[in-house]
Design a protein around this ligand. Structure first.
Ligand SMILES: Cc1ncc(COP(=O)(O)O)c(C=O)c1O
Length: 399
C-alpha cells in the first residue's frame, strides 16, 4: 500500500457539504475581500492564540514583512534569523530593506541556538530578530530569547508559520510574544484553500499598524499614512479557515498521536527521531528523523521503492542558498544547520492517517534501515561531517 507524505483530501464526512454552504454564502453576498468572514476569523484566532489581536493577511511571508515593518525595521537594519528555516524568513528581511545575519541552531531542539544568538547580537547590534518555531514546536530557551531581547531593545518577531496549535507551558506559543506570524498555506496544520496568513499582535496599537500596512497604508479609504501594499485575506479563505477551526481539535489530536507513535517506536528500529523539548505540546506538523548523511540517500531510495512518501524539510541552510549572496551579512555559529539539512528526513504525518498506513511506514522504514546497512542512529552534535551532498530525491509533496 503506497502512503503519501501528506494527504490534504482526508475530509471529515460532513466537511464538504458544510463547505459548499459557506461557498454559496460568501458568493451570494459577494464578500470576496476582507469583510465579516475575515473579522470573525480574526476574533476566533485571537481567542485561540490567547493574544489581544490577530490581523489576517495574504500569506505567511507577507505576515513576516508586515510584522518587521510594524516593529520599525527598515532600510539597512540588521535582523538576526536562524540558519535552519524556510527561505521566506530570509526573503522577508531582505524585502523590507534590512540585512540578514544567520545564526546556527541548537542540535538538541533544532531551533535557534541561544548562546550563538547572544554572540551575534554583541557582534552585529541587530534592530530585530526572527525566532522561527520549526517543525511543530519551539526553542527550549523561548523565555530566555524573549527576556534577552526585551533587555537589549531588540524587536523579537516570532515566525510561527508552522506552529498553529503548539503550546508552551500550557499556553499558546503565540500568547506571550511581542509579535508573531502564521502561515495558512494549505499543507499547514491549519491550512486555507489558497495562500493566507496572519499576524498575532501583543497590543491593539501594533495590530492597527499591521492592518494599515497590509491595506495600502490606509488611514481612511483614500487617505494613506504610509507606503504599504495589498495583503488582505479573501473571504473564501477566511470562511474555509473558520470552518476548519470547528475540526481542528480532532485534527490536532490525530497528528499528535501519529507524531508520538513515531517517537515511541522508531528508536527500536535504530532511527534517531526528534521531538519537542519538555514544556511543549507539539502540533504534529512534521515527523523529524535524522540519519547519517552518507546513508540517507539509500533510505530515501528504499522508501521510494516501497511507495512511501517522505520529505527533507529543509535540504539546505539559509546561508548556503545561492540567493543569499549579496544579502547575507554574516553567518554566526557552527555547522549544525548544515548538518541538519544533510541528515533530516520526514516520514508521512497528516490528519486522517490510518493505523494501516502507519504500520506500512514503520515496516518500510525497518526494511529501508536494513537496506542501508543496519542501525543509522546519529546524534546531531556527534555526527561525522563527511562533506556529502544533500540527496537529489524530491519530496513527494511540499509543506
Ligand atoms: C517557517 C516558515 N516561515 C514562513 C513561511 C511562509 O509562509 P507562506 O508560504 O504562507 O508565505 C513558511 C511557509 O512555508 C514557513 O514554513
Amino acid at each position: 500500500m503506497p502512503v503519501p507524505f501528506i494527504d490534504l483530501q482526508r475530509f471529515e464526512p460532513d466537511f464538504l457539504d458544510r463547505w459548499m454552504d459557506r461557498v454559496r454564502d460568501v458568493t451570494v453576498h459577494t464578500r470576496f475581500v476582507s469583510g465579516p468572514d475575515v473579522a470573525r476569523l480574526e476574533a476566533r484566532l485571537a481567542e485561540a492564540a490567547q493574544a489581544p489581536a490577530v490581523v489576517a493577511c495574504a500569506n505567511g511571508t507577507d505576515a513576516l514583512q508586515l510584522a518587521l515593518r510594524a516593529v520599525g525595521v527598515g532600510e539597512g537594519d540588521i535582523v538576526v534569523i536562524p540558519d535552519a528555516t524556510f527561505w521566506a524568513t530570509f526573503e522577508a528581511v531582505v524585502n523590507v530593506g534590512a540585512r540578514p545575519v544567520t545564526v546556527d541552531i541548537d542540535p538538541v531542539d533544532l531551533q535557534l541556538d541561544f548562546d550563538a544568538f547572544v554572540r551575534a547580537v554583541d557582534a552585529h547590534r541587530p534592530k530585530a530578530a526572527i525566532l522561527v518555531h520549526l517543525y511543530g514546536w519551539g526553542s527550549r530557551r523561548l523565555d530566555d530569547f524573549r527576556a534577552f531581547c526585551r533587555t537589549r531593545d531588540i524587536a523579537l518577531v516570532e515566525d510561527g508559520a508552522q506552529a498553529w496549535g503548539v503550546t508552551w507551558n500550557g499556553r499558546s506559543i503565540y500568547a506571550d510574544a511581542l509579535i508573531s506570524t502564521v502561515s495558512f498555506y494549505p499543507a499547514k496544520v491549519l491550512g486555507a484553500c489558497g495562500d493566507a496568513g496572519a499576524v498575532v499582535c501583543s497590543s491593539p496599537e501594533l495590530a492597527a499598524t499591521v492592518r494599515m500596512l497590509g491595506n495600502h497604508g490606509r488611514t481612511d479609504h483614500y487617505a494613506h499614512g504610509a507606503v504599504g501594499w495589498n495583503s488582505r485575506m479573501s473571504g473564501f479563505d477566511a470562511a474555509w479557515l473558520d470552518l476548519c477551526l470547528d475540526y481542528l481539535d480532532v485534527r490536532l489530536s490525530d497528528r499528535r498521536r501519529v507524531a508520538e507513535r513515531y517517537q515511541e517506536l522508531l528508536p527500536a528500529l535504530g532511527v534517531h527521531v526528534v521531538g519537542p523539548p519538555a514544556g511543549y505540546v507539539e502540533n504534529g506538523y512534521l515527523n523529524v528523523t535524522l540519519h547519517d548523511p552518507a546513508v540517507r540517500p539509500t533510505i530515501e531510495a528504499a522508501l521510494k521503492a516501497r511507495g512511501i512518501g517522505f520529505g527533507t524539510v529543509y535540504p539546505g541552510a539559509m546561508s548556503k542558498q545561492p540567493g543569499a549572496v549579496g544579502h547575507l551579512v554574516a553567518a554566526v555559529g557552527g555547522a549544525e544547520a548544515d548538518r541538519l539539512a544533510r541528515s533530516v528526513l520526514n516520514l508521512p504525518l497528516f490528519a486522517g492517517m490510518t493505523d494501516a498506513e502507519f504500520d506500512t511506514v514503520l515496516t518500510g522504514v525497518g526494511e529501508a534501515v536494513g537496506a542501508a546497512g543496519g542501525t543509522v542512529d546519529i546524534h546531531m552534535a556527534g555526527a561525522v561531517d563527511d562533506g556529502g551532498a544533500t540527496s537529489a530525491a524530491a519530496p513527494a509533496a511540499s509543506v
